[in-house]
Design a protein around this ligand. Structure first.
Ligand code: C2E
Ligand code: MG
Ligand code: MG
Length: 424
């Protein structure tokens, strides 16, 4: 039997051979889990390869010691692991809850080695069917699921289903459209107004992108952000949006119009670049736009890892004069302690969190309390997804500062936006 010399786990070939034998010899249910350590290359680069190796050994120890009913563990290459786990039945919720619990244990164990980073395991799972004997195909499916979940910190793991194959095909369609987009002008920037609760007047807007396919159909972000994040191309998109916004603000200034603050979304992928702050500042200087007219939105889940590095970059951006906001607060495992350490000016409450909270009395109290706390520490609060007058009245009563939602407007093309909201 061949073992991986670093971790002492099985090699891929032995895993496949032994998994086949285990499954045939027993009349039990099994799953294959494929895992990798999120942004492992980043640990190697920042802490050195020795620390990277130690993290891999920690992960191997974790798999050996903490996964009950793990029949086999393998490190196939780099930071990629495989497990064969015996299960009582294929109850997805139970598996997901168990993965959730185990991931917090793993974070503690692996995180000790790399202070400032809290490594996230990406996990894909395939439930092996009763007549499934093709282990290589099962591993492939677990890996497809693993890759689909990468970068989404709200998901403990992804369980393989045929539906994932549709999403994979979607990526194959999106990338060529994006690659041609710069020459075909296939990226559109839309703006959605933010309305002051006090004056009911527009005080800002968020820039949101759309792609246009060759037939002229508008593709929403939900269909392309994932694919662009996986390939790193999201960085180009965000810089395109930022330069578009800078040009527009410059135009307003030249026309003698006092600009409103425009926010744009910055994907987590940017934080792996050492020149992020410099790149943003250079762009803004190129168009001679005062940074106070720009706000940077960073989704809450970005802060679940590499906190120190991200916080220091956000501090630099704030010192330069940008406003910084935490987006989609309340959508994942957010905690109030996060708000305590984040260098932000604005908290944007997630639209689903707002919607769900407003449904029940307890939820209402939760929102009221949260908004109170945020007000006390002098953070600006934006409620997203407000669609009705009733919702507006409630969140305004709780003390929210601004509203962004369909009640006032959907994101609209910039020319329409200028006609409606910007006057000389
Ligand atoms: P987000 O940054 O949280 O943007 C707000 C989203 O909520 C927008 O969806 C907006 O249309 C939607 N929304 C606002 N009010 C309402 C409402 O009252 N009801 C409902 N149902 N929805 C409302 P959109 O434009 O589809 O964008 C989705 C997400 O995609 C954004 O969420 C953002 O995370 C991401 N995104 C969009 N454009 C970009 C971009 O250029 N770069 C990056 N990195 N991410 C982007
Ligand atoms: Mg946003
Ligand atoms: Mg949001």
């Amino acid at each position: 039997m061949e073992m991986d010399s670093l971790t002492g786990l099985l090699t891929f070939e032995d895993f496949v051979a032994q998994a086949g034998a285990v499954i045939c010899a027993n009349d039990k249910s099994y799953l294959v889990a494929a895992g990798d350590i999120g942004d492992f290359h980043y640990i190697n680069i920042n802490y050195g390869y020795d620390v990277g190796d130690a993290v891999l050994c920690d992960a191997a120890d974790f798999f050996r010691e903490h996964i009950k009913n793990a029949e086999l563990c393998s490190r196939t290459h780099s930071d990629h692991f495989l497990l064969l786990v015996c299960i009582e039945n294929d109850d997805e919720d139970r598996v997901i809850n168990e993965v959730k619990r185990l991931k917090t244990v793993a974070k503690d164990i692996i995180g000790k080695r790399v202070p400032g980073i809290s490594p996230n395991l990406n996990i894909g799972i395939y439930f092996i069917g009763r007549n499934d004997t093709n282990i290589v195909a099962a591993v492939d499916k677990a890996n497809i699921a693993r890759r689909m979940g990468k970068g989404n910190y709200n998901l403990p793991c992804v369980i393989y289903s045929e539906h994932l194959m549709d999403l994979k095909e979607n990526s194959a369609k999106i990338l060529p459209i994006f690659d041609d987009s710069f020459k075909n002008e296939a990226i559109r920037v839309y703006l959605q107004p933010k309305i002051s609760s006090e004056t009911q007047r527009i005080v800002g807007a968020e820039a949101l992108s759309r792609l246009v396919d060759p037939d002229g159909n508008i593709i929403p972000p939900a269909s392309f952000i994932g694919a662009l994040e996986k390939t790193g191309k999201i960085v180009e998109l965000d810089f395109y949006v930022l330069s578009f916004v800078c040009k527009m603000i410059r135009k307003w200034l030249d026309m003698g119009i006092e600009p409103i603050t425009i926010s744009f979304n910055l994907s987590r992928m940017h934080f792996f670049s050492n020149t992020l702050v410099q790149d943003i500042c250079e762009l803004v200087e190129k168009y001679n736009v005062p940074p106070q007219y720009l706000e940077i939105e960073v989704t809450e889940s970005v802060f679940f890892e590499a906190q120190e590095i991200i916080i220091s970059k956000m501090n630099e951006l704030r010192e330069y004069g940008f406003k910084v906001s935490v987006d989609d607060f309340g959508s994942g495992y957010s905690s109030l302690s996060l708000i305590g350490v984040l260098p932000v000016d604005v908290v944007k409450l997630d639209k689903n969190f707002v919607r769900e909270s407003l449904k029940s009395e307890r939820g209402n109290e939760l929102m009221r309390g949260l908004i109170n706390i945020l007000n006390e520490i002098h953070l600006e609060i934006v409620c997203e997804g407000v669609e009705t007058k009733e919702e507006e009245a409630v969140v305004n009563d709780f003390g929210c500062d601004e509203i962004q939602g369909y009640l006032y407007d959907k994101p609209i093309p910039t020319d329409e936006f200028e006609i409606k909201y910007i006057r000389a």
